[in-house]
Structure formats: structure tokens, C-alpha cells
Design a protein around this ligand. Structure first.
Ligand SMILES: Nc1nc2c(ncn2[C@@H]2O[C@H](COP(=O)(O)OP(=O)(O)OP(=O)(O)O)[C@@H](O)[C@H]2O)c(=O)[nH]1
Ligand SMILES: [Mg+2]
Length: 323
């Protein structure tokens, strides 16, 4: 089952964001560097393109991502029209100085007190929007916390006489189409814990770690021969290695699943990226192909239904004529 999370406050946040977009010159979209496309909100894209606003994408939590893959994403995103991308670790924001000059360059017509540059920070929950706002202001004006949906309302702050910044609540969208996007968002802690099963998400994460980050995975949990374990086996191994047991003696799978997720979230496995421009292109192409096949099957079923109805109609007509 695809993971979905669109609580009521996000619907209000969407309406409010659409209003604020009208009086915004530039969107700063904070995405998760470990899954920059899965964490790009299509609603933000739609709103911003409707108003033709440029976008600065901040690939945040870059300290937790695979540096090589993050660089590939930066190049990929910088090739898009009206978009600039910067990798960032807002907890240790040494690159923070790049942000405002890049924003100015994206909206050069807004540059003085009569026409201040109006920026809106948007993004999925728990990705670091408020931390970024605080870092830009160099003081704590917004609450931050490691759980989705800390910020509940917009907050507008003057950065200087010619720059205004609005922080917004984290937003997802009503239907996450790609199942793997939901899994990536849940693994990266952008989704409320009641909207998914941790063991399902951890099994997905184990699959990525096994195929792409086998060395770090084996080192962390002292796995001797990773080729002997499948995704579920990895979590069972974590449980055994940590001594997680349930009453009666079996392994505590849920606790081990939680540990794996927490280690990924804390960076204990080193830099991990869940998707790259190449894997993304593959997933999108597969999804489009599945959609095409489903549409063809639906059309074929409809064709058969119409043929059946037509046959019925003809045979009824035949019988009527015979009487
Ligand atoms: N490792 C790491 N953690 C970060 C980074 N930026 C933010 N965090 C942490 O991520 C968590 C969420 O940060 P917030 O700034 O509250 O995120 P937000 O996007 O405002 O979240 P909502 O308001 O809930 O949508 C906090 O625990 C931050 O300390 C980063 O660059 N690297
Ligand atoms: Mg916030």
C-alpha cells in the first residue's frame, strides 16, 4: 500500500501558500539531499510555475547524503530553467553565505527598500526549513524539532530593509504517486509515524543499503558475508547482533527495524543517498510504462464490453424479428 499523509493542517497550509505565492518573488524550496526528487513537492512546483516564480533548491541535510550523488543532483537541477541548486547542512551552515546572493541573482528586479525581495521557504515536513530561516537570520526566530509538522503557521520576518522571508509549515501532497517516494520520505522522517509501518520502510531501506552501501552496512552491524542475507535477513541480523529479543525468545524485528531507520536518520551509516538522477529516471520510466500498460488493458476491457453489448443487442433484435 502506498504511503500517504495529508492531514488537515496541510490543506490549510496549501491554501495559505497559494495566497502568499502571489506576493512572493522567489521560492526557496528545501528538499532532502538524500532524496531530492522524492522530497520535491509537486504542489509547490505547480504554484510557482503558475506565478512564474524562480526557485532556489536547497539540498539540505547534505551532511547525511552521499557527496558524489549530491553533486550529480546539483548539476542535474542547475540545468533546469529558472532554478538554482545549492547543497547545505543548515546545522553547520558554512555555505549559508551563498544563499542570499543567489536569491538576488534569481530576482534582480527586486533590490531596494521600495521593492524588497520577498522570499518564501517551502518544503516537505522536517527537512530543515525553520533551521534554515534561523541560520539566515543568525538567531532563533522559529521553533525546530526532529519530528514532522513542528511549524503550523506561516511566519514572516524582515531580513533587512530590502529582504523579507516567510517560513511555512511542511507540506506533502494529497496523492504520492510513486510508492518508492513514500518510502523514501518515511525513511527520511518527513512523514508522521502513524502513517506507515516502520518495518516496511526499514525493509526498503535495507534493500538500498545492501545494493549500494554494503560496506558501511556490514561494518556497522558486523555482517561477515552480506551476500547470504536478503533485505529481511539484514534486519533479523541487526536484531540478533544487538540482542533484541521478544518474550518467548524470537528476534524483535520491529525494534531492529527502528534501529536501522534511526541509524540512517542520524548518519551512523555514513553518507547515504536513496536516489540519484539515474535511478530516478529509471523509476519514472518504469512508472510511465506501467501506466501505459494499465491504460491499454482498460481500453481493451472496454472494447470487449462494448462488443459484448453490441452482440447482445443484435441477438435480441434477431429474436424480435423472428417472433
Ligand atoms: N543532520 C542535519 N540535520 C538537520 C539539518 N537541518 C535541520 N536538521 C534537523 O532536522 C530537524 C528538523 O528541522 P526543522 O528546521 O524543524 O525542519 P522543518 O522543515 O522546519 O520542519 P516542519 O516545521 O516540521 O515542517 C531538526 O532536528 C534539525 O536540527 C541538516 O542540514 N543536517
Ligand atoms: Mg518548521
Amino acid at each position: 500500500m502506498a504511503i500517504q499523509w495529508f492531514p488537515g493542517h496541510m490543506n490549510s497550509a496549501r491554501k495559505k501558500a497559494a495566497e502568499t505565492m502571489e506576493i512572493t518573488d522567489l521560492v526557496i524550496e528545501v528538499v532532502d539531499a538524500r532524496c531530492p526528487m522524492a522530497s520535491s513537492n509537486p504542489m509547490v512546483e505547480e504554484m510557482r510555475l503558475f506565478r512564474q516564480r524562480p526557485c532556489l533548491k536547497i539540498l539540505n541535510k547534505a551532511d547525511l547524503a552521499d557527496a558524489k550523488t549530491t553533486q550529480e543532483w546539483i548539476e542535474h537541477l542547475n540545468a533546469q530553467a529558472n532554478t538554482r541548486a545549492i547543497a547545505m547542512n543548515t546545522k553547520n551552515p558554512s555555505a549559508i553565505g551563498q544563499i542570499l546572493p543567489t536569491c538576488r541573482a534569481l530576482a534582480p528586479h527586486r533590490s531596494d527598500a521600495t521593492k524588497p525581495l520577498r522570499m518564501m521557504i517551502m518544503g516537505v515536513p522536517n527537512v530543515g526549513k525553520s533551521t534554515l530561516m534561523n541560520a539566515l537570520l543568525k538567531k532563533r526566530v522559529a521553533n525546530v524539532g526532529d519530528e514532522p509538522a513542528v511549524t503550523k503557521t506561516q511566519q514572516r520576518i524582515e531580513l533587512s530593509s530590502d529582504m523579507v522571508l516567510t517560513d511555512t509549515p511542511g507540506m506533502l501532497w494529497p496523492k504520492i504517486e510513486l510508492e518508492t517516494d513514500g518510502l523514501m520520505l518515511a525513511a527520511s522522517h518527513a512523514i508522521g509515524v502513524n502513517a506507515y509501518f516502520e518495518d516496511e520502510v526499514a525493509i526498503y531501506l535495507a534493500g538500498i543499503l545492501r545494493t549500494r552501501y554494503g560496506k558501511a552496512l556490514s561494518a556497522r552491524y558486523k555482517i561477515k558475508d552480506l551476500s547470504l542475507l536478503d533485505d529481511v535477513g539484514i534486519i533479523e541480523h541487526v536484531a540478533a547482533q544487538r540482542g533484541y529479543r521478544i518474550k518467548g525468545g524470537g528476534v524483535d524485528f520491529e525494534k531492529a527495524a527502528h534501529t536501522l531507520l534511526q541509524d540512517y536518520r542520524d548518519g551512523a551509516l555514513g553518507g547515504v543517498s536513496l536516489e540519484s538522477p539515474t535511478t530516478r529516471a529509471q523509476v519514472v520510466a518504469e512508472f510511465a510504462e506501467q501506466k501505459r500498460i494499465k491504460a491499454e488493458q482498460k481500453a481493451e476491457r472496454e472494447r470487449q464490453r462494448q462488443a459484448f453489448l453490441e452482440n447482445n443487442r443484435r441477438s435480441n433484435q434477431h429474436e424480435d424479428e423472428a417472433v
